[in-house]
Design a protein around this ligand. Structure first.
Ligand SMILES: *[C@@H]1O[C@H](CO)[C@@H](O)[C@H](O)[C@H]1NC(C)=O
Ligand SMILES: *[C@@H]1O[C@H](CO)[C@@H](O)[C@H](O)[C@H]1NC(C)=O
Length: 659
């Protein structure tokens, strides 16, 4: 069957130019995207130009590292922060023919042993010489052989090199461990799989592939895949694998190295996750070493080491399900950790990073996964205290003011709180005089601070319309739900539910000013509302607007509004106290309305306390109207027991005529 497929098969034989195979045959006419043609012209051998059986590979500039992306179109401009270029070669198994385009010549296949020799994979070759295995690779099969490139042997430690003398037991084990039975090209790898090797016929290697088509074996990258031989397939890899690679599961392997991981091991025990990470799988663990723990503040370290919930949160934040080899990360890879958060595994010029933490030893593989050693902990939100979280959320102004007022400790030490934290922009939008007052008068800031703080952990799911939250200041905060979101007083929640160890932060876009007065007091103190006050008093509605436990919206007509009425109309009102009372009640709604909750070009329908309907609407230019004709001239004046809007016209009710 292989012979039949040969025309399409990227097999190889070393040739004059050392033409390696690649897994992607771009057979037939070679259509190179224009921009690549120009850019990479210098690497195109004339004889190779366009023609059949030309293959492209990406190389990382100045490192000689080669990658084989699924197609040239998805070419990565940079790999690990280094620029790449594309090189064109004859596809594996094809050769140049003098005077012809492309690579039309097909070479006959040789056996695996010969092919390895032809590929000049000398170190691995040496280990095979005069062994029983060598015979098998000549006339047995079929085999799939993962052959480390020569450079990979240089990376071995001195000890390892010493033990790898040809003919030794160790050398033989190692070679057996690089061979599996059968024809296994990379297309057969759909997902991570463990494949038994010739090493006692069982110790497996793990073949993996990532979504962009990087293949690994035990986290060694396949740098030249699918080189076809007469009795097998060769994949060149960039590391020497070890028969001990998959020996022991993650926790066992980590525990073997207690000099590095004693703290992390303790945390695993405190978190009661040792068994889980030993029996389950597959996992990727970012394992912090002891140095990472030594960098923690004492109290946090104590908490992580001793408190089960904290330890568990930390461990879950360092573990992702599935296997993520560093070798398969070409730029970045977003991983979801077990606590549901996301971390970024990325490759930079000088190594791998998870978020901004450097990986100091990558791709340590174990029976049920892989671990990478890091020297700094990734602290999950759930372990941070509220002040840390506020820093993460860039609530700098809030933090600064809280600090000035000596309130920062509160955010660290108290438990179970909900903070509605205004953004920096919200603070900047305050009048300058107000900002200065907050800075210079800690008491002001304290009151403001306490007005943004509520006892208990209140998530967005706990917030429903027309409810009040009792703030730490003793004053209430109004929750209202509208079609586009949730408001607290007139501030909108823009980032909800940021949870940390001792509470929840909801970021809001307004500084909430604690109300000082009840509705009656607001009206009494306002010079432009004196006639309305007179109406309230004569309607005997003072007690209503004083009440602490009810919440009203009052549409208070200004002096200007009254001036639009004729003396006659006013006298008619004053002659009939019942009519006056009805009229006044027509300006009050037993519900709190926040103008921001009313979308533009729409109308909110309500019932006044007098019983007739009233509407509030917003026009194109952001003006609000009651019953279409009374313009709201001042919005959202918040009282301890409600909210006040000033309007420029009296609202008419039917009661006027019936009275
Ligand atoms: C892999 O082998 C299968 C047959 O088993 C073949 O159809 C396929 O084309 C091969 N793929 C590559 C990339 O060599
Ligand atoms: C290792 O993990 C695998 C799951 O990947 C599990 O089946 C096996 O029992 C574990 N071995 C030990 C010794 O815990």
């Amino acid at each position: 069957m292989w012979d039949k497929d040969l025309g399409m098969w990227p097999s190889v034989v070393g040739s004059v130019l050392f033409l390696s195979s690649v897994e992607f045959v771009l057979s037939g006419k070679w259509h190179l995207p224009k921009q690549y043609r120009q850019r990479d012209e210098s690497f195109l051998n004339d004889a190779l130009s366009y023609g059949p059986n030309v293959c492209a590979i990406q190389e990382v500039y100045r490192t000689g590292e080669k990658f084989y992306p699924d197609c040239v179109k998805s070419r990565l401009r940079k790999i690990c922060d280094r620029p790449t270029f594309v090189r064109y070669q004859c596809c594996g198994g094809y050769n140049l023919v003098q005077g012809e385009q492309g690579c039309p010549a097909v070479r006959p296949l040789k056996n695996v042993r010969e092919t390895i020799k032809d590929l000049k994979l000398n170190e691995f070759s040496k280990l095979l010489t005069n062994t029983e295995l060598e015979r098998q690779l000549i006339d047995g099969g079929a085999y799939t052989v993962f052959v480390p490139e020569d450079e990979a042997f240089e990376d071995l430690t001195y000890d390892q090199k010493q033990r790898l003398f040809p003919w030794t037991y160790q050398a033989l084990s190692l070679v057996h461990y690089h061979i599996v039975h059968g024809w296994r090209n990379t297309s057969t790898v759909k997902e991570d799989m463990d494949v038994p090797t010739l090493y006692y016929g069982l110790k497996p290697v793990r073949i993996g592939r990532n979504p962009i088509g990087v293949y690994t074996v035990n986290c060694a990258r396949i740098i030249k895949p699918n080189i076809l031989a007469a009795n097998g397939i060769i994949h060149v890899i960039d590391k020497v694998m070890s028969p001990f690679d998959l020996l022991g599961n993650l926790t066992d392997v980590i525990m073997r190295d207690s000099s590095q991981f004693s703290n992390f091991i303790n945390v695993l025990y405190t978190a009661k996750m040792v068994t889980y990470l030993r029996d389950g799988g597959m996992f990727t663990i970012f394992a912090p070493n002891n140095y990472a723990f030594s960098r923690l503040p004492d109290n946090l370290k104590e908490r992580i080491l001793k408190d089960q919930r904290t330890a568990e949160a930390v461990v879950r934040h360092h573990v992702a399900e599935g296997i993520y080899c560093g070798e398969s990360v070409l730029i970045t890879s977003g991983l979801k950790t077990m606590d549901g958060s996301k971390v970024t595994f990325r490759c930079r010029k000088n190594g791998y990073y998870v978020d901004n933490v450097k990986v100091i030893s990558s791709d340590n593989i174990a029976g049920n996964g892989v671990f990478h050693t890091i020297d700094k902990l990734l602290i999950p939100r759930a372990v941070k205290t509220m002040d840390d979280l506020a820093r993460d959320l860039n609530l700098n102004k809030f933090l600064q003011l809280s600090h000035e007022a000596g309130l920062l400790d509160l955010l660290e030490s108290r438990s179970d709180m909900t903070l509605f934290a205004p953004t920096d922009e919200a603070f900047n939008a305050l009048p300058t005089s107000f900002q200065t007052a907050l800075l210079s008068e800690p008491v002001e800031m304290e009151q403001l601070f306490e007005y943004h703080l509520v006892k208990g952990k209140i998530t967005q799911d706990d917030m429903i319309g027309d409810k009040y939250l009792e703030t730490e200041s003793g004053k209430k905060m109004k929750i209202s739900v509208h079609r586009n979101g949730i408001l607290v007083n007139d501030g909108e929640i823009i980032t909800p539910n940021e949870e940390c160890s001792n509470g929840i932060i909801h970021v809001i876009d307004k500084v909430l000013i604690p109300p000082e007065y009840d509705l009656l007091m607001l009206i009494t103190r306002d010079k432009s509302l004196q006639t309305f006050l007179y109406h309230v008093e004569n309607s005997k509605l003072q007690s209503l607007l004083l009440k602490d436990d009810a919440h009203y919206t009052v549409f208070a007509p200004t002096e200007e509004a009254f001036s639009k009425k004729s003396t006659h109309e006013m006298e008619k009102l004053y002659d009939n106290i019942e009519l006056l009372r009805k009229n006044t009640l027509h300006h009050i709604v037993k519900k709190i309305i926040i103008s921001r909750g009313i979308p533009a070009n729409s109308m909110l329908q309500l019932q006044s306390m007098q019983g007739e309907p009233i509407t509030i609407s917003q026009d194109d230019s952001g003006n609000f109207y009651v019953n279409k004709h009374a313009k709201i001239v001042e919005v959202n004046i918040i009282a301890t027991n409600g909210i006040l809007f000033k309007i420029d016209r009296l609202l008419q009710c039917m009661c006027n005529s019936s009275g």
